[in-house]
Design a protein around this ligand. Structure first.
Ligand code: PRP
Ligand code: URA
Length: 211
């Protein structure tokens, strides 16, 4: 099935680093650094249509007209906890991006997201918003985040994740077809605990060394 609004990166660097990230022998320090590097590589593509404005600058040799990003703000919304591990990777390329925090955990029995924290930047409605979460499994967490952002008035929302499951992509395509999904890998199935298989395990635990 073709997912019109899902982009799966096939760049060799991304595939190489994803293989190390998935490996169960990769420890916490390397895992965290890889999430950071992969996010930066992905952001290059996710930002490819950001609008530009013409400006005049002066080089040491002459005045010239050139282009810079328009002033429209970018906001990053990591889904806690694991999404926090992607923030610095975006900030390397977009250092002035604002950051909002959305705290969700998945109920162990229902696998439905439960909200425990929400603190968004002022005037987020005027921003281009990147929702950050390494794992996109049933899609419940991302759908909840996008619902919340649309209620706050956001219209330009993009999802950036490491591993997406097909079922999550299908759910988002149905519920939020206007939100592009950028993933470093697309996996086929979930297990009985709604974990992605082969996936990479529990992203939060691997980033923060909690198990
Ligand atoms: C994980 C992950 C996503 C969510 C994905 O978070 O980081 O937020 O599950 O699953 P879904 O697509 O089925 O909603 P988790 O609940 O494990 O919380 P954590 O980041 O605090 O570990
Ligand atoms: N959350 C994770 O951290 N991993 C999964 O595979 C699914 C949800």
């Amino acid at each position: 099935m073709q997912y019109l609004n899902a982009f799966v990166f096939d760049h060799p660097l991304i595939q190489h680093k994803m293989s190390i990230l998935r490996d169960k022998n990769t420890g916490t320090k390397d895992f965290r650094e890889l999430v950071d590097e992969l996010t930066t590589l992905m952001v290059y593509e996710v930002t490819k249509d950001l609008p530009l404005k013409e400006v005049e600058i002066e080089t040491p040799m002459a005045k010239m007209k050139t282009k810079m990003l328009e002033d429209r703000p970018v906001s990053l919304v990591p889904i806690l906890r694991a999404g926090l591990g992607m923030v610095a990777g975006v900030q390397k390329l977009l250092p002035t991006a604002k950051v909002g925090f959305y705290g969700l955990f998945r109920d162990h029995d229902t696998h439905e997201p439960v909200e425990y924290y929400c603190k968004m930047p002022e005037n987020i409605a005027n921003s281009t918003v990147f929702v950050l979460d390494p794992m996109f499994a049933t899609g419940g967490s991302v759908v909840a985040a996008v619902d919340m952002l649309k209620k706050a008035g956001c219209r330009d929302i993009r999802l950036v994740c490491m591993v997406a499951a097909k079922v999550g992509v299908e759910r988002m395509s149905a519920e939020h077809p206007d939100v592009p999904m950028y993933c470093a890998a697309l996996d086929d199935v979930l297990d009985e605990n709604a974990y992605i298989v082969p996936g990479l395990g529990d992203a939060g635990d691997r980033i923060y060394g909690t198990k």
